[in-house]
Design a binder for this molecule. Structure first.
Ligand SMILES: [Fe+2]
Ligand SMILES: [Fe+2]
Length: 336
Protein backbone atom coordinates (compact mmCIF):
# COMPACT_ATOMS: atom_id res chain seq x y z
CA UNK A 1 0.00 0.00 0.00
CA UNK A 2 1.29 3.45 -0.83
CA UNK A 3 0.73 6.40 1.42
CA UNK A 4 0.21 8.86 -1.33
CA UNK A 5 -2.92 10.60 -2.49
CA UNK A 6 -2.34 11.72 -6.06
CA UNK A 7 -1.19 9.04 -8.49
CA UNK A 8 1.97 9.96 -10.33
CA UNK A 9 1.79 9.03 -13.98
CA UNK A 10 4.88 8.08 -15.88
CA UNK A 11 6.23 11.15 -17.69
CA UNK A 12 5.31 11.09 -21.39
CA UNK A 13 8.18 11.66 -23.78
CA UNK A 14 7.70 12.21 -27.51
CA UNK A 15 10.61 11.05 -29.65
CA UNK A 16 10.72 12.67 -33.09
CA UNK A 17 13.20 11.30 -35.61
CA UNK A 18 12.88 10.15 -39.21
CA UNK A 19 15.45 7.36 -38.71
CA UNK A 20 13.78 4.27 -37.21
CA UNK A 21 17.05 3.04 -35.68
CA UNK A 22 17.44 6.31 -33.72
CA UNK A 23 13.87 6.12 -32.44
CA UNK A 24 14.33 2.52 -31.32
CA UNK A 25 17.57 3.34 -29.56
CA UNK A 26 16.01 6.23 -27.65
CA UNK A 27 12.88 4.22 -26.94
CA UNK A 28 15.04 1.53 -25.32
CA UNK A 29 16.88 4.03 -23.11
CA UNK A 30 13.71 5.87 -22.14
CA UNK A 31 11.81 2.68 -21.34
CA UNK A 32 14.58 1.72 -18.97
CA UNK A 33 14.30 5.13 -17.30
CA UNK A 34 10.60 4.58 -16.67
CA UNK A 35 9.18 6.98 -19.23
CA UNK A 36 6.16 6.41 -21.41
CA UNK A 37 7.34 6.88 -24.99
CA UNK A 38 5.49 8.08 -28.10
CA UNK A 39 7.10 8.31 -31.51
CA UNK A 40 6.77 10.56 -34.54
CA UNK A 41 8.58 10.20 -37.85
CA UNK A 42 8.63 13.84 -38.97
CA UNK A 43 7.60 17.35 -37.98
CA UNK A 44 4.01 17.02 -39.14
CA UNK A 45 3.50 13.83 -37.15
CA UNK A 46 5.13 15.51 -34.16
CA UNK A 47 2.67 18.42 -34.20
CA UNK A 48 -0.23 15.98 -34.61
CA UNK A 49 1.00 13.92 -31.67
CA UNK A 50 1.30 17.03 -29.47
CA UNK A 51 -2.20 18.16 -30.44
CA UNK A 52 -3.61 14.71 -29.66
CA UNK A 53 -1.95 14.43 -26.26
CA UNK A 54 0.49 16.88 -24.74
CA UNK A 55 3.77 15.18 -23.86
CA UNK A 56 5.88 16.25 -20.87
CA UNK A 57 9.03 16.40 -22.95
CA UNK A 58 10.00 16.27 -26.63
CA UNK A 59 13.23 14.87 -28.05
CA UNK A 60 13.47 16.41 -31.49
CA UNK A 61 15.65 15.60 -34.46
CA UNK A 62 16.40 18.54 -36.79
CA UNK A 63 16.76 17.20 -40.32
CA UNK A 64 13.50 15.51 -41.24
CA UNK A 65 11.26 15.35 -44.32
CA UNK A 66 8.04 17.45 -44.64
CA UNK A 67 8.68 19.71 -41.63
CA UNK A 68 12.04 19.99 -39.92
CA UNK A 69 12.78 20.22 -36.22
CA UNK A 70 13.52 23.94 -36.22
CA UNK A 71 10.06 24.70 -37.65
CA UNK A 72 8.42 22.36 -35.11
CA UNK A 73 10.30 24.07 -32.30
CA UNK A 74 9.32 27.54 -33.51
CA UNK A 75 5.66 26.60 -33.84
CA UNK A 76 5.44 25.01 -30.41
CA UNK A 77 7.32 27.83 -28.70
CA UNK A 78 4.94 30.38 -30.25
CA UNK A 79 1.93 28.58 -28.76
CA UNK A 80 0.65 30.08 -25.47
CA UNK A 81 0.42 26.75 -23.65
CA UNK A 82 2.53 24.28 -25.63
CA UNK A 83 5.55 26.56 -25.30
CA UNK A 84 5.89 25.20 -21.77
CA UNK A 85 6.73 21.70 -23.04
CA UNK A 86 10.52 21.33 -22.81
CA UNK A 87 12.20 20.53 -26.13
CA UNK A 88 15.57 18.83 -26.44
CA UNK A 89 17.06 18.89 -29.90
CA UNK A 90 19.11 15.96 -31.10
CA UNK A 91 22.25 16.82 -33.04
CA UNK A 92 25.51 15.33 -34.14
CA UNK A 93 28.10 16.21 -31.52
CA UNK A 94 30.17 18.42 -33.81
CA UNK A 95 27.25 20.32 -35.27
CA UNK A 96 27.51 23.65 -33.46
CA UNK A 97 25.48 25.54 -36.06
CA UNK A 98 22.43 23.32 -35.62
CA UNK A 99 22.61 23.59 -31.84
CA UNK A 100 22.61 27.36 -32.09
CA UNK A 101 19.72 27.38 -34.55
CA UNK A 102 17.80 25.10 -32.18
CA UNK A 103 18.42 27.34 -29.19
CA UNK A 104 17.43 30.39 -31.27
CA UNK A 105 14.17 28.60 -32.15
CA UNK A 106 13.47 28.24 -28.42
CA UNK A 107 14.79 24.72 -27.66
CA UNK A 108 15.47 24.21 -23.95
CA UNK A 109 18.46 21.92 -24.32
CA UNK A 110 20.29 19.71 -26.79
CA UNK A 111 21.64 16.18 -26.80
CA UNK A 112 24.51 15.01 -28.94
CA UNK A 113 24.47 11.80 -30.88
CA UNK A 114 25.56 9.12 -30.12
CA UNK A 115 23.38 9.20 -26.99
CA UNK A 116 24.76 8.47 -23.61
CA UNK A 117 22.11 7.00 -21.34
CA UNK A 118 23.41 8.76 -18.22
CA UNK A 119 23.38 12.13 -19.92
CA UNK A 120 19.91 11.40 -21.25
CA UNK A 121 18.68 10.61 -17.73
CA UNK A 122 20.12 13.74 -16.16
CA UNK A 123 18.96 16.15 -18.82
CA UNK A 124 15.45 14.76 -19.04
CA UNK A 125 15.10 14.73 -15.25
CA UNK A 126 16.09 18.39 -14.92
CA UNK A 127 13.69 19.46 -17.65
CA UNK A 128 10.81 17.39 -16.30
CA UNK A 129 11.29 18.91 -12.85
CA UNK A 130 11.23 22.36 -14.41
CA UNK A 131 8.07 21.42 -16.27
CA UNK A 132 6.35 20.29 -13.08
CA UNK A 133 7.21 23.64 -11.45
CA UNK A 134 5.91 25.57 -14.44
CA UNK A 135 2.68 23.63 -14.33
CA UNK A 136 2.22 24.48 -10.67
CA UNK A 137 2.82 28.18 -11.36
CA UNK A 138 0.35 27.93 -14.20
CA UNK A 139 -2.20 26.41 -11.88
CA UNK A 140 -1.81 29.29 -9.42
CA UNK A 141 -2.35 31.82 -12.16
CA UNK A 142 -5.33 29.86 -13.37
CA UNK A 143 -6.94 30.08 -9.94
CA UNK A 144 -6.49 33.86 -9.87
CA UNK A 145 -8.01 34.28 -13.31
CA UNK A 146 -10.92 32.12 -12.26
CA UNK A 147 -11.33 34.37 -9.20
CA UNK A 148 -11.25 37.47 -11.39
CA UNK A 149 -14.06 35.98 -13.48
CA UNK A 150 -15.97 35.08 -10.32
CA UNK A 151 -15.81 38.75 -9.31
CA UNK A 152 -17.46 39.73 -12.58
CA UNK A 153 -20.04 36.96 -12.33
CA UNK A 154 -21.41 38.64 -9.18
CA UNK A 155 -22.32 41.68 -11.18
CA UNK A 156 -23.91 41.32 -14.59
CA UNK A 157 -23.09 44.96 -15.33
CA UNK A 158 -19.37 44.39 -15.36
CA UNK A 159 -19.37 41.12 -17.25
CA UNK A 160 -16.32 40.93 -19.54
CA UNK A 161 -15.20 44.39 -18.36
CA UNK A 162 -11.84 43.07 -17.14
CA UNK A 163 -11.27 41.11 -20.33
CA UNK A 164 -11.88 44.24 -22.43
CA UNK A 165 -9.64 46.34 -20.20
CA UNK A 166 -6.90 43.75 -20.71
CA UNK A 167 -7.33 43.83 -24.48
CA UNK A 168 -7.34 47.63 -24.65
CA UNK A 169 -4.24 47.82 -22.46
CA UNK A 170 -2.47 45.20 -24.59
CA UNK A 171 -3.27 47.20 -27.75
CA UNK A 172 -1.92 50.39 -26.16
CA UNK A 173 1.26 48.61 -25.19
CA UNK A 174 1.77 47.47 -28.78
CA UNK A 175 1.07 50.99 -30.09
CA UNK A 176 3.67 52.32 -27.63
CA UNK A 177 6.21 49.90 -29.07
CA UNK A 178 6.39 47.71 -25.95
CA UNK A 179 7.50 44.09 -26.35
CA UNK A 180 5.18 41.13 -26.85
CA UNK A 181 5.92 40.03 -23.25
CA UNK A 182 4.92 43.44 -21.93
CA UNK A 183 1.77 43.21 -24.03
CA UNK A 184 0.86 39.90 -22.38
CA UNK A 185 1.60 41.38 -19.00
CA UNK A 186 -0.73 44.30 -19.73
CA UNK A 187 -3.44 41.91 -20.86
CA UNK A 188 -3.21 39.75 -17.75
CA UNK A 189 -2.88 42.79 -15.50
CA UNK A 190 -6.03 44.15 -17.09
CA UNK A 191 -7.91 40.92 -16.47
CA UNK A 192 -6.83 40.95 -12.82
CA UNK A 193 -7.04 44.70 -12.11
CA UNK A 194 -10.30 44.57 -10.14
CA UNK A 195 -9.67 41.21 -8.47
CA UNK A 196 -9.81 42.92 -5.06
CA UNK A 197 -13.53 43.58 -5.57
CA UNK A 198 -13.99 40.05 -4.28
CA UNK A 199 -13.57 41.61 -0.83
CA UNK A 200 -16.26 44.28 -1.38
CA UNK A 201 -19.73 43.42 0.02
CA UNK A 202 -22.62 42.97 -2.46
CA UNK A 203 -24.52 45.83 -0.79
CA UNK A 204 -21.83 48.22 -2.01
CA UNK A 205 -20.61 46.51 -5.17
CA UNK A 206 -24.13 46.03 -6.57
CA UNK A 207 -25.80 49.13 -5.12
CA UNK A 208 -28.21 50.51 -7.72
CA UNK A 209 -27.39 54.15 -6.96
CA UNK A 210 -24.48 56.46 -6.20
CA UNK A 211 -22.31 55.42 -3.25
CA UNK A 212 -22.14 57.39 0.01
CA UNK A 213 -18.74 58.72 1.04
CA UNK A 214 -18.28 55.84 3.47
CA UNK A 215 -19.27 53.26 0.88
CA UNK A 216 -16.93 54.82 -1.63
CA UNK A 217 -14.16 54.53 0.96
CA UNK A 218 -14.83 50.80 1.18
CA UNK A 219 -14.97 50.47 -2.60
CA UNK A 220 -11.58 52.16 -2.90
CA UNK A 221 -10.06 49.37 -0.84
CA UNK A 222 -10.33 47.03 -3.84
CA UNK A 223 -6.97 48.02 -5.32
CA UNK A 224 -5.15 47.28 -2.05
CA UNK A 225 -7.18 44.12 -1.48
CA UNK A 226 -6.29 42.88 -4.97
CA UNK A 227 -2.61 43.44 -4.28
CA UNK A 228 -2.90 41.69 -0.92
CA UNK A 229 -4.48 38.60 -2.51
CA UNK A 230 -1.68 38.35 -5.09
CA UNK A 231 1.22 39.45 -2.91
CA UNK A 232 2.45 36.02 -1.89
CA UNK A 233 2.28 34.59 -5.40
CA UNK A 234 5.53 35.00 -7.20
CA UNK A 235 4.03 34.17 -10.59
CA UNK A 236 1.80 37.25 -10.54
CA UNK A 237 4.30 39.69 -9.00
CA UNK A 238 4.58 41.57 -12.30
CA UNK A 239 0.92 42.52 -12.20
CA UNK A 240 1.01 44.06 -8.74
CA UNK A 241 1.73 47.66 -9.88
CA UNK A 242 -1.26 47.51 -12.23
CA UNK A 243 -3.54 46.10 -9.56
CA UNK A 244 -2.49 48.54 -6.85
CA UNK A 245 -2.20 51.72 -8.90
CA UNK A 246 -4.92 51.55 -11.56
CA UNK A 247 -6.89 54.30 -9.79
CA UNK A 248 -4.02 56.77 -9.39
CA UNK A 249 -4.40 60.05 -11.32
CA UNK A 250 -1.55 61.93 -12.95
CA UNK A 251 -2.48 65.07 -10.94
CA UNK A 252 -1.80 63.12 -7.74
CA UNK A 253 -5.37 63.02 -6.44
CA UNK A 254 -6.01 59.34 -7.12
CA UNK A 255 -5.72 56.39 -4.77
CA UNK A 256 -4.32 54.54 -2.90
CA UNK A 257 -0.93 56.33 -2.84
CA UNK A 258 -1.61 59.71 -4.51
CA UNK A 259 1.19 59.06 -6.98
CA UNK A 260 1.53 61.70 -9.72
CA UNK A 261 2.77 61.79 -13.32
CA UNK A 262 5.43 59.31 -14.26
CA UNK A 263 5.72 58.10 -10.65
CA UNK A 264 2.68 56.03 -11.52
CA UNK A 265 3.97 52.79 -13.09
CA UNK A 266 3.39 52.80 -16.85
CA UNK A 267 1.29 49.62 -16.75
CA UNK A 268 -1.08 51.29 -14.29
CA UNK A 269 -1.25 54.50 -16.38
CA UNK A 270 -2.17 52.45 -19.44
CA UNK A 271 -4.70 50.32 -17.57
CA UNK A 272 -6.30 53.42 -16.00
CA UNK A 273 -7.22 54.71 -19.47
CA UNK A 274 -8.50 51.32 -20.67
CA UNK A 275 -10.50 50.96 -17.45
CA UNK A 276 -11.85 54.54 -17.53
CA UNK A 277 -12.98 54.19 -21.12
CA UNK A 278 -14.73 50.87 -20.61
CA UNK A 279 -16.42 52.13 -17.44
CA UNK A 280 -17.71 55.23 -19.26
CA UNK A 281 -19.23 53.41 -22.21
CA UNK A 282 -20.68 50.48 -20.21
CA UNK A 283 -23.95 50.41 -18.29
CA UNK A 284 -23.57 50.39 -14.51
CA UNK A 285 -26.18 49.57 -11.83
CA UNK A 286 -26.86 53.29 -11.31
CA UNK A 287 -26.52 54.69 -14.84
CA UNK A 288 -26.59 53.81 -18.52
CA UNK A 289 -23.35 53.90 -20.51
CA UNK A 290 -22.33 57.13 -22.24
CA UNK A 291 -22.36 57.32 -26.00
CA UNK A 292 -18.89 57.21 -27.53
CA UNK A 293 -18.74 60.92 -28.49
CA UNK A 294 -19.45 62.00 -24.94
CA UNK A 295 -17.01 59.43 -23.53
CA UNK A 296 -14.35 60.68 -25.96
CA UNK A 297 -15.00 64.28 -24.86
CA UNK A 298 -14.52 63.30 -21.20
CA UNK A 299 -11.42 61.27 -22.01
CA UNK A 300 -9.82 64.30 -23.69
CA UNK A 301 -10.95 66.54 -20.86
CA UNK A 302 -9.26 64.25 -18.32
CA UNK A 303 -5.98 64.10 -20.28
CA UNK A 304 -3.23 65.64 -18.13
CA UNK A 305 -5.27 65.56 -14.90
CA UNK A 306 -6.80 62.10 -14.52
CA UNK A 307 -4.84 60.35 -17.26
CA UNK A 308 -1.44 60.55 -18.92
CA UNK A 309 -2.00 62.94 -21.86
CA UNK A 310 0.42 61.18 -24.24
CA UNK A 311 -1.19 57.82 -23.57
CA UNK A 312 -4.67 59.28 -24.04
CA UNK A 313 -3.56 60.36 -27.54
CA UNK A 314 -2.34 56.82 -28.22
CA UNK A 315 -5.66 55.41 -27.07
CA UNK A 316 -7.73 57.88 -29.09
CA UNK A 317 -5.76 56.92 -32.21
CA UNK A 318 -6.53 53.27 -31.50
CA UNK A 319 -10.23 54.11 -31.06
CA UNK A 320 -10.14 55.91 -34.42
CA UNK A 321 -8.69 52.72 -35.87
CA UNK A 322 -11.70 50.69 -34.67
CA UNK A 323 -10.27 49.23 -31.44
CA UNK A 324 -13.61 48.98 -29.59
CA UNK A 325 -15.26 47.08 -32.41
CA UNK A 326 -12.30 44.72 -32.82
CA UNK A 327 -12.23 43.86 -29.12
CA UNK A 328 -16.00 43.44 -28.83
CA UNK A 329 -16.14 41.28 -31.97
CA UNK A 330 -13.37 39.01 -30.74
CA UNK A 331 -15.18 38.68 -27.40
CA UNK A 332 -18.41 37.72 -29.12
CA UNK A 333 -16.48 35.18 -31.20
CA UNK A 334 -14.95 33.72 -28.03
CA UNK A 335 -18.37 33.30 -26.42
CA UNK A 336 -20.04 31.81 -29.52
FE1 LIG B 1 -10.78 49.31 -10.19
FE1 LIG C 1 -12.25 48.29 -13.54
Amino acid sequence: MTNQIAPIGRPKVLVVDDVAANRELLQGHLDDLGYEVREARDGIEALEAVAAEEPDLILLDIDMPRLDGIAVCEQLKAHPIRRLIPIVILTASNDRGTKLRGIAAGADDYLSKPFDSKELLIRTKVLLRQRALNQRLDATEGVLFALARAVEARDRHTIHHAERVGRYAEAMGAAQGLSHEDGELLYHGGVLHDLGKIAIPDAILLKPGPLTAAEFGTMRQHSIEGERICLSLRSVAHYLPIIRHHHERVDGTGYPDHLAGSDIPIGARITAIADGWDAMVSDRPYRAGLDEDEALRRLRQGAGTQWDAGLVRVFVDLLDGGLTRRVTDSQLAAIA
